[in-house]
Write a protein that binds this ligand. Structure first.
Ligand SMILES: Nc1ncnc2c1ncn2[C@@H]1O[C@H](COP(=O)(O)OP(=O)(O)OP(=O)(O)O)[C@@H](O)[C@H]1O
Length: 225
């Protein structure tokens, strides 16, 4: 069983980081939230109703998965072609987002002409361009070198904040979770939730809380909150 007894409520505009070791069920949880996997039992509710979830979400994986034959601008527009909530889409949104988040100069390039970090920024903008209620990120920075990861974290925090998005970020990186999340959810063995921590700004540098999270991540046994 990939997930067991997971009971999670995510608030509007909340930034949740899902931490856990390999095989703990992080990607499965994300795929269930995205409507890409179905549950054998249990439910996913949106504001109290079990509506189709896929149309409400934008998903970004470890690889940017851009269309190599399209320009950056066309890649960002591409997602909009399939968006089911067309009434929420502004025709200039792709260009506007690229410009607001520092990618204007790349608009006419092809994916092969981008660095790994630039390509992942484009993938995130593409997901955000359909105005999802929930942005789901599955280890989006893990293929990048540490300096680029640092830059992208700050950029993502700004984007999520400015666009008022609810975000679920799956990561192996405790520092990344500490820097970005309003709440950290730790998955333990067998897809159970082993611990949750809500973080205010000061908590991110609190050595006691930090070591509790690091210790729980390294040795995820027992219930910790
Ligand atoms: N399609 C599938 N069919 C059967 N078992 C699966 C499938 N996908 C994942 N699993 C199993 O479910 C469990 C959770 O996998 P999942 O990919 O969600 O873990 P994860 O925490 O994201 O791991 P990683 O950090 O390595 O990506 C694992 O035991 C995995 O082998």
């Amino acid at each position: 069983m990939a997930l067991s007894g997971v009971d999670l409520t995510i608030g509007d505009r909340e930034f949740v980081a899902v931490l856990g070791k390999s095989g703990s069920g992080k990607s499965t949880l994300l795929r269930v939230l995205a409507g890409l996997d179905t549950l054998d039992s249990g439910i996913v509710e949106w504001s109290g109703s079990e509506s189709a979830t896929r149309s409400h979400t934008g998903v970004v994986f470890q690889q940017p998965l851009l269309m190599p034959w399209l320009t950056v601008l066309e890649n960002v527009e591409f997602g909009q072609r399939f968006a089911s909530q067309r009434d929420r889409i502004d025709g200039n949104r792709a260009r506007d987002l690229l410009s607001r988040f520092g990618l204007d100069a790349l608009a006419q390039r092809r994916p092969a002409q981008l660095s790994g970090g630039q390509a992942q920024r484009v993938a995130i903008i593409r997901a955000a361009a359909v105005a999802p209620r929930l942005l789901l990120l599955d280890e989006p920075f893990s293929a990048l070198d540490p300096a680029v990861r640092g830059d992208l974290r700050g950029w993502l925090a700004e984007l999520a904040d400015e666009l008022g998005m609810t975000v679920v970020l799956v990561t192996h990186d405790v520092e990344e979770a500490l820097e970005l999340a309003d709440r950290i959810v730790l998955l333990g063995d067998n897809g159970t939730i082993r611990g949750q921590w809500c973080l205010e700004s000061a908590d991110r540098v609190d050595p006691v809380l930090r070591s509790a999270i690091f210790d729980s991540y390294r040795d995820p046994v027992g219930e910790r909150s």
